[in-house]
Design a protein around this ligand. Structure first.
Ligand code: GUN
Ligand code: FE
Length: 408
């Protein structure tokens, strides 16, 4: 398959550039990358198209797509009154499967080809979600949520049983062995996890070299609850004591952290997943990205659906730029934001063969045809990001095959 257009290519540290060119996709990989006009008849794209790597989302909740917009509650009330109820529906594995299929098709229709996401506490439901990812060949990391305290009865799982179930998933879905789908060890957050559960979860993740995902310091009442349950000196210390922090750990939110905590994150190499739309929707606060970056903390960006309300990573990226306005720090450029939702998030996940249009990389490619004269704009990437219209996405190619086609 030949794809022609303005290629979104990495350009030094945390930036992208555009160059007219074309790709040859073969065997699920980007076989060739060429600059200049395409000498062949292209199968997709054209001289006015933007060709982007598939978008990567580092924080979302698959069972929460149907509660987007449950407006007016703060985090802890939103969890109790809306979110946990929605997640209990995944006790029915057929329901979980049907919902997963729907959710993944929505992601593909918005250009997301890769993600790190939460299932629910339910083993069969989460397994069906992983199966659905595998069926679509998406590069996905999904975890069965671990909860053993401070939640309604229907959302609690027995500690040993849930760890054994996670281990079974880890054995059945192994990135690189049988495809592009793998499992994240997923203690939900420190309020709903005992110290023992978190320590055992960390040990399990280490044994399988698995990703770990959880939430950290999203809002102030959460910090107080964590201190009351787990003691001091701080929230990050709770995860550090459990052994949960490392290069494959992705921590949602990270808004309210002391300098000492930032230093721990920087030293352990854990990733802070900025979720700007969720932070605004749940009125949690604004992450000061510049502060985390200058402390040496690795950063990624996530939609955090359904606390976040945007299925498009372009609009999540736009919200990330806007967060730099609200924080009063230097505004992030559109190029840096495009980098974050592609190569940047790939790097945060530790992936070295997706997120970029390079020879040999996995062929996750978007064909975007804006209906505005973007190539002549003052800031083409800014125009695309701030003027983004989902209808511009013509095709989402996953592992070399068309997985979404707007014309079909
Ligand atoms: N903290 C614990 N669980 C959740 C969740 O589902 N969403 C958000 N935004 N924060 C959380
Ligand atoms: Fe979340």
């Amino acid at each position: 398959m030949i794809v022609e257009g303005n290629l979104l290519l990495p350009d030094g540290a945390q930036q992208v550039k555009l160059a007219l060119g074309w790709l040859r996709l073969e065997g699920g990989r980007i076989k060739e990358v060429h600059l200049g006009p395409c000498p062949h008849e292209a199968d997709a794209g054209g001289p006015q198209a933007l060709i982007s790597p598939g978008f990567i989302d580092t924080h979302l909740h698959m069972p929460q797509f149907d509660i987007i917009g449950a407006h007016g509650l703060d985090l802890l009330d939103w969890l109790d009154q809306v979110t946990f109820l929605a997640e209990t529906r995944w006790a029915n594995a057929d329901y979980a499967q049907a919902m997963s299929e729907r959710v993944l098709d929505q992601l593909l229709a918005h250009g997301t080809t890769s993600f790190l996401g939460y299932g629910t506490i339910h083993h069969d439901g989460t397994r069906r979600a992983l199966d659905a990812c595998r069926k679509r060949q998406m590069r996905a990391v999904v975890g069965q949520v671990l909860i053993d305290q401070e939640a309604p009865e229907s959302m609690l799982n027995e500690r040993e049983a849930s760890l054994a179930q996670t281990e079974a998933l880890l054995q059945d879905f192994r990135d690189g062995v049988d495809g592009r789908v793998s499992v994240a060890v997923t203690p939900r957050f420190a309020i709903t996890c005992s110290a023992q559960l978190m320590a055992q979860a960390a040990e399990l993740a280490q044994r399988y070299d698995a990703h770990i995902q959880t939430h950290l310091a999203e809002m102030k009442p959460e910090l107080e609850a964590v201190a009351a349950l787990h003691g001091g000196p701080h929230y990050t210390g709770v995860y550090q004591r459990a052994g949960l922090l490392g290069q494959r750990t992705v921590l949602g939110h990270c808004i309210y952290l002391s300098d000492e905590e930032l230093e721990i994150l920087a030293q352990t190499g854990a990733v802070a997943a900025h979720c700007p739309t969720a932070n605004s929707f749940l009125r949690s606060g604004t992450m000061n990205r510049a502060r985390l970056l200058s402390a040496g903390v690795r950063l990624s960006v996530g939609s955090d659906i359904g606390g976040g309300y945007e299925r498009s990573m372009v609009r999540s990226a736009r919200a990330m730029i806007e967060a730099t306005f609200h924080a009063g720090t230097a505004p992030m450029s559109a190029g840096a934001a495009w980098w974050h939702i592609t190569a940047g998030n790939a790097g945060a996940m530790g992936w070295s063969s997706v997120g970029s249009l390079q020879e040999g990389f996995e062929a996750d490619v978007l064909v975007i045809e804006p209906d505005v004269p973007w190539l002549d704009a003052y800031n083409p990437l800014g125009m695309l990001m701030f003027g983004w219209d989902d209808r511009w996405l013509r095709q989402t190619i996953v592992a070399g095959a068309v997985a979404f086609d707007a014309a079909v």
